[in-house]
Design a binder for this molecule. Structure first.
Ligand SMILES: [Fe+2]
Length: 492
């Protein structure tokens, strides 16, 4: 098969997920409501799966979609948009061929189980080419913009102004395998790094189907030194995100197990094995801070994205929405039952550092996901959490409201979009670098399905209920992108 196929009619390429097939730029975007704040200056980066080609056999799953970046620069009361794909080894190989060169091992029998992190079908054009799509998240530190992804994705340097792909940081040569063996000198990073606002360190984790199943990595961005901490995880678990405090890295091992052997025998990479239990790894960031330890959770759950964590009175406080079961198709589970009425509710966990035990309590009964905080408070005591909310279930991961939690009082503030709209994770920008926590703006793209295009929305983070501060109309759709970064002061 050597042809370019249309993308299949699958949930992850429909509606707000539908890929945008072009790269381009738009200066002086049209403001259709409100006014861009004169004091707001920076660039909002977002990234998401945006497949250029379907796989050779025509199937597709989100993990394998080429990472497309979207940058919106806000400066001088104007808005400047552009988008580009990350030039990963996979993208470059397919660009050269003018069609797909990768294929899944199990594309036909159980297409929902094809993820993009499993072994791929061997063929001469993809052999020796990393399959990662670098489509999960972006970070910026010391002026360096990085794109991150799961599987065979190497953290990739991106030009903050042009979005051109610049190459790989030197420290990525010290990284190893992730899910599959690495194919060149560059190893693989995880999809969800965290940047410590106090030290500037970048922390991330990698998972693998072989030992060590879970490794924490810390990059000293000033020296470029990488320190890796392999953990004795009880089984290979699919971990999508993790959390830091000022002193710790925290990863939750839930019983979504991974096996490439299962893929080789016609099954999916993931399955759900509740008997294996849910465990929390607590890893001191300082080598002198003691050994990593594990805490048992009394009930299985899956935290796709935690909100924040910090240390207080000898306890780690960890906030995050918890699913009762992983929101990813699993081998052996009926997806219609798994996703029916699936919801995630915010919980507060208190991990006692002395007794190595934890308590958990649900703090709200609304269905929230993609939580954020004011990232100047990442890993530190904080007050405000920002989430996406939907009154419906999460079978297509669609959200039509932004919700702010006041974690001190329990109060909420909500901005509703229209019922059919889909918003992306709201990212916070402080009004000024020294503004108090929560004093600033929340920004998101909102997909308007009836017009098949998107608006860029600026909300007042202290007054979500009111009208947006500004609505910037784009003539095209910006497909759903889970994650991004606000580059304060970065202006083209
Ligand atoms: Fe994510």
């Amino acid at each position: 098969m050597e042809m370019t196929r249309p993308l299949p009619n699958r949930p992850l390429v429909r509606r707000h997920w539908k890929p945008w097939p072009m790269e381009g730029q738009l200066r002086d975007c049209t403001v259709v409501q409100g006014e861009i704040p004169a004091d707001l200056c920076g660039t909002l980066y977002r990234i998401g799966p945006n497949p250029r080609y379907a796989s050779l056999s025509g199937t597709y799953n989100g993990w394998m979609g080429d990472g497309m970046m979207h940058a919106m620069t806000i400066a001088g009361g104007k808005a400047y948009y552009r988008n580009r794909w990350v030039r990963t080894p996979k993208f470059n190989a397919e660009d050269k061929a003018g069609r797909a060169v990768f294929d899944y091992v199990l594309p036909m029998k159980f297409p929902l189980l094809a993820i993009g992190m499993e072994i791929t079908r061997d063929n001469p054009e993809s052999r020796g080419v990393a399959s990662g799509s670098c489509n999960t998240s972006m970070t910026m530190h010391d002026g360096q913009l990085l794109a991150w992804g799961e599987g065979q994705s190497t953290p990739t340097l991106i030009d903050p102004l042009t979005l051109e792909t610049l190459g790989f940081p030197e420290w990525t040569k010290k990284l190893g395998d992730c899910m599959v063996e690495k194919v060149d000198e560059y190893g693989y990073g995880g999809g969800h790094p965290r940047v410590c606002p106090q030290t500037g360190d970048v922390l991330f984790y990698t998972i693998d189907v072989k030992q060590p199943y879970l490794t924490i990595h810390i990059v000293d961005t000033k020296s470029g030194a990488l320190r890796s901490i392999p953990l004795d995880s009880p089984y290979p678990s699919y971990i999508h995100d993790f959390m830091i405090t000022r002193d710790h890295a925290i990863a939750i091992v839930s019983p979504i197990t991974m096996s490439q052997d299962r893929v080789r025998h016609g099954g999916g990479l993931f399955t759900w094995e509740p008997d294996r239990g849910t465990h929390v790894a607590v890893v001191p960031r300082d080598p002198a801070g003691g050994a990593p330890f594990w805490v048992e959770v009394d009930k299985n759950c899956y935290c796709l994205h935690p909100q924040n964590a910090y240390v207080q009175d000898g306890k780690i406080i960890l906030d995050g929405p918890q699913f009762p079961i992983v929101p990813v198709p699993c081998d052996g589970l009926d997806p219609w039952k798994q996703f029916k009425d699936l919801k995630s509710f915010m919980e507060r966990w208190e991990i006692d550092l002395a007794t190595k035990t934890m308590k958990r309590r649900q703090t709200d009964d609304r269905n929230v996901e993609l939580p954020q905080c004011d990232r100047r408070y990442q890993g530190l005591p904080y007050r405000y959490g920002y989430n996406l909310w939907t009154a419906g279930d999460l079978n297509d991961y669609s959200f039509n409201a932004v919700l702010r939690y006041d974690m001190e009082t329990g109060a909420t503030d909500i901005h509703h979009f229209r019922d059919q709209d889909t918003a992306c994770e709201p990212l916070f920008a402080p009004r000024r670098p020294d503004a108090p926590e929560g004093d600033g703006y929340l920004m998101t793209y909102v997909y308007r399905p009836e017009q098949d295009r998107s608006d860029f929305i600026i909300l007042d983070a202290k007054n979500l209920t009111g009208e947006p501060v500004a609505t910037i109309a784009l003539p095209h759709r910006v497909p759903f992108s889970a994650h991004g970064w606000w580059g304060d002061g970065i202006a083209a």
